[in-house]
Unconditional design. Structure first.
Length: 404
């Protein structure tokens, strides 16, 4: 949960990616913010007003001349801490770049006092058109935050650059734009392990886990937004990692151990967010194992992997060490008790525990964590998006300095 409630305007314009804006609005509301949605007439051709009102918990604003007595076309922008436009069509970008205000959203952008974030979405040819390129350049020069677009499937059979950024990427931009002193980690080096390891049985089979690397990716984004340089030691990940972080691949526990112990001394903060397998097969077959070889009741003899977190914690170190513990305990009391035990045994400075299961913790889902420090103080965060929780974790272990 973020620490302060913001007034955020989400502008939705007329593109097929408008359906993604529903997820963005929901995530912002779950973080505790007041969200006013401004939808263009074209946007309502893609997403219905009842959906947006139910998700935002506020009336949707559309008409320039609605609520004239309240000077709505100016008040929304004046009162907003932040304006986000997602998706931002080529037409919308052109209007903003040239100060045009043909509708309520355009007037709100001109009247705003806070930051503006835009998430462009359009076909590749439109994104690469010289007019759009010039408009994006002009907006960037004026301090507008451009998020994306990415490359991937577009409308119909098209594929390429122009795909709207995912919700977590836009949320990370929101957190960065509204955080105080966002560049306070300039010069800090942060090492983060991500995803799950895969311990091979033969060339096509392995023992693994369901970790996606989503939390590690958001921790990296939060650190990068505050100016840190970030290295990610990545196991198997199912999410996009930030491109401005250094990536080192480590698919097995042995590789993870080698890279983390080798790189840790070069960093100021080490965060072990990866799910490293406790065991690996004793023998790895060089060929695919057939049923005839395995028989009807196959067995795999396992041996223990190195405990990377434990080794880092008990080494002579100058870096801050943060461990993660994913558990399936049914109660919060059991979860905290296990967290306290691991904090002591692994000799971490901080330990983050979270409950995982079939419908919790893994992948692109909301989560909740309990953060414990070496003094055994417990700081609980409410459930929220992984981007929100990651920002809170980073703020907890590396608080933003307050102005005197």
């Amino acid at each position: 949960m973020t620490e302060s409630r913001l007034k955020i305007v989400v502008g939705i314009t007329g593109g097929i990616a408008a359906y993604k804006a529903v997820g963005l609005v929901r995530a912002l509301v779950l973080e505790g913010h007041h969200v006013d949605v401004i939808a263009t007439d074209a946007a309502l051709q893609f997403v219905g007003r009842p959906t947006l009102e139910a998700i935002s918990r506020n009336p949707v604003h559309v008409g320039l001349y609605d609520d004239v007595a309240q000077v709505r076309h100016v008040a929304l922008g004046q009162q907003a801490d932040l304006v986000v436009i997602a998706p931002a069509t080529a037409n919308t970008l052109a209007n903003i770049a040239h100060g045009n205000a043909p509708d309520l959203l355009g007037n709100t952008v001109l009247a705003r006092r806070g930051p503006l974030i835009v998430a462009p979405a359009m076909h590749t040819e439109m994104w690469e058109n010289p007019a759009t390129v010039a408009n994006i350049s002009l907006l960037s020069e004026r301090g507008v935050v451009i998020v994306g677009p990415g490359s991937g499937a577009l409308t119909g059979n098209d594929s390429g650059a122009g795909r709207m950024a995912e919700v977590d990427e836009i949320l990370a931009a929101v957190h960065a734009a509204t955080a105080p002193n966002t560049r306070d980690l300039v010069g800090k080096r942060i090492l983060i392990s991500a995803g799950g390891t895969q311990e091979p049985i033969d060339p096509v089979r392995f023992i693994g886990n369901r970790s996606s690397g989503a939390m590690a990716a958001e921790l990296a984004r939060a650190a990068l937004s505050r100016g840190a340089s970030v290295t990610i030691v990545a196991g198997h990940v199912g999410v996009a990692l930030p491109s401005d972080a250094r990536r080192v691949n480590a698919l097995t526990a042995g590789q993870m151990h080698s890279h983390m112990t080798g790189l840790a001394p070069e960093h100021d903060v080490v965060i072990m967010a990866a799910a490293v397998a406790d065991f690996r097969p004793l023998v790895v077959s060089p060929n695919k194992l057939k049923k005839a070889i395995w028989g009807t009741s196959p067995t795999i003899e396992l041996v223990q992997n190195p405990d990377v977190l434990n080794e880092l914690g008990h080494s002579a170190r100058s870096y801050l060490l943060v461990g993660f513990a994913a558990e399936t305990f049914p109660t919060q009391e059991e979860l905290i008790a296990e967290g306290l035990r691991k904090l002591a045994s692994k000799n971490c400075d901080w330990l983050v525990t979270n409950r995982v299961g079939d419908d919790a913790g893994f992948g692109d889902v909301d989560t909740a964590v309990t953060v414990i420090n070496k003094a055994r103080d417990i700081i609980e965060t409410s459930a929220g998006s992984k981007a929100s929780v990651a920002a809170t974790i980073l703020q907890t272990i590396l608080p933003v300095p307050t102005s005197p």
